[in-house]
Design a protein. Sequence first.
Length: 80
Amino acid sequence: MKDLNWYQSQFDEMFLEVIRMTHKTKDIPQAINESYIHLASDEVRLSMANKADCKRLLNTWLSNQRVNGKDKSKTLHELG
């Protein structure tokens, strides 16, 4: 089964370093958890996901987040 551990294993250190540099103000571990929950909500999509899909999802997830004054991430949906 493709669980959170599987999802996290799709991100090699080089990719994570680029993500950290690109999204300096974002909480990367939180984004990984949130994007996995989003992916896991669709069992078919999760079962078909590969490394490239996971990387694309995480990057998109981070790009769609906004950071409030307390440095906590908020998705566009949460901001209304």
